[in-house]
Design a protein around this ligand. Structure first.
Ligand SMILES: CC(C)(COP(=O)(O)OP(=O)(O)OC[C@H]1O[C@@H](n2cnc3c(N)ncnc32)[C@H](O)[C@@H]1OP(=O)(O)O)[C@@H](O)C(=O)NCCC(=O)NCCS
Length: 402
């Protein structure tokens, strides 16, 4: 934990400039961050607020979102310089580097991880024209040893939040995924609240729904399973405990996978680059964060909407990324992230949506024809992550494993 004196020093314009240089921030971002540090140093009110914010992130032990919610900056954040938030994070740079060195984490991993800050600054400048960073809660995870970038992908220490239990076949690495009991699904295997829920035009109101049951007894487990297409099937499936064992259920430790955008530091999302990242992940956490014992890898993203694989070429990077995972639906799945990440925000009129890339063109054509894009999720067994050299499709279901 950095002390108050360390933090005061961490906020000095010289320290912020040094951190930016070490990370490889662009000249434009560096200039504004150093100016922000100078503004903080020149105002006792700002300096006290900045130090308190840094203490909350680095010392309080609170979950990141709660720590940031407690920042003493007022609801309107009036009077704060534009890069106040990333400057608070960068004030902890030296402390973070020391923590990584103590854990034996290579410096290239530290720097690759922190470059996400530059990527987000670029993203906002490119999409809004403003020098802004809104992802404080996300980026604070990088600065507190919760997120690491290993090659093309990022990995976060997390817990399984999805209402499913994952089982592994004792005869091989096949998985079965059963929904928790008491969840309401549509006949198409999506949660009833997908696509805006029953109030939304053309969505759940037109779908019949059913409620899942999950039973656990001395013989094993019985419930509604997810099929290889990422849909929950109503017909119950029984898993005998002689043939299956539990891998994870809600609340268990998992490694959450995140996909940084292509940009100055990251190339396209090739299968090889992803496979390399997945192979590194489990040994990395076992060596450098041994107390954290993940039971699965998970990913929740617009990129895991199974509908994409039906529309895009099978050799596209997006479809190839999906094949690493066993897909499952997410509660309250909507198209917000999809539209944000592909079109830069909501699309009011599909006939006018930009079609300058094949993805945009295909997505716009299908949306015009009535398809609703939505978030999806995937899980990957630890065994799958370390044995990726066989380049297989991980979407196999229980039928192949029993
Ligand atoms: C993830 C990502 C790197 C994949 O890009 P990629 O490696 O180019 O993917 P593909 O090769 O499958 O792309 C195929 C086509 O779709 C286009 N495409 C891919 N992602 C796109 C996006 N987010 N917006 C618009 N077009 C996109 C490509 O430009 C390519 O078009 P072309 O055939 O006209 O040349 C890219 O979508 C991206 O940078 N996304 C932002 C980060 C993100 O969404 N992370 C997930 C958050 S949960």
């Amino acid at each position: 934990m950095p002390g108050r004196a360390d933090l005061i020093d961490g906020f000095s314009p010289a320290s912020i400039k040094g951190a930016c240089a070490a990370i490889g921030m662009s000249d434009g971002s560096t200039r504004i961050l150093v100016d922000t540090a100078a503004a903080i140093a020149g105002s006792p009110r700002l300096r006290d607020a900045a130090i308190r914010c840094a203490e909350l992130v680095f010392d309080s032990g609170l979950p990141i979102e709660e720590a940031i919610a407690d920042w003493p900056v007022g609801a309107g954040r009036t009077g704060l310089p534009p890069f106040f938030d990333p400057t608070v994070l960068l004030a902890g740079f030296r402390h973070l580097v020391a923590d990584h060195r103590r854990r034996g984490i290579p410096s290239e991993v530290t720097l690759a991880t922190l470059r996400d800050l530059d990527l987000w600054m670029d993203h906002h400048r490119a999409t809004t024209g403003a020098w802004a960073v809104r992802e404080t809660g996300w980026l604070a995870r990088h600065f507190t040893s919760r997120v690491f970038q290993l090659g093309r992908l990022q990995f976060e220490t997390h817990v399984l939040e999805l209402p499913f239990a994952v089982f592994i076949s004792r005869r091989g690495a096949a998985a079965a995924i059963l929904a928790e009991g008491g969840r309401i699904f549509r006949e198409d295997g999506q949660f009833a609240d997908a696509d805006g829920g029953s109030g939304a035009i053309g969505s759940a109101a037109t779908h019949a729904t059913w409620t899942s049951r999950f039973v656990e007894d001395e013989h094993g487990w019985r419930g509604s399973a997810v099929d290889p297409g990422g849909r929950v099937r109503r017909a119950p499936m029984a898993l005998d405990s002689n043939a299956w064992y539990p891998a994870a259920r809600r609340g268990d430790a998992v490694l959450a996978v995140h996909i940084p955008a292509t940009g100055r530091f990251n190339g396209p999302l090739t299968r090889e680059a992803c496979a390399d990242s997945f192979r590194r992940a489990i040994p990395f956490f076992a060596k450098h964060l041994p107390v954290f014992r993940p039971r699965l890898l998970t990913c929740t993203s617009w990129m895991l909407d199974p509908q994409l694989a039906l529309c895009l070429p099978s050799d596209s990077n997006l479809v190839s990324f999906q094949r690493f995972f066993r897909l499952l639906p997410v509660p309250v799945a909507d198209d917000r992230q999809t539209l944000e990440r592909v079109f830069g925000g909501p699309v009011a009129d599909w006939s006018k949506a930009p079609r300058d890339t094949s993805l945009r063109r295909i997505m716009a054509e299908h949306a015009e024809a009535g398809l609703r894009w939505r978030m999806g999720a995937g899980v990957m067994l630890l065994e799958d992550a370390v044995r990726l050299d066989r380049d297989r499709d991980n979407r196999r279901g229980p039928a192949e494993g029993t």
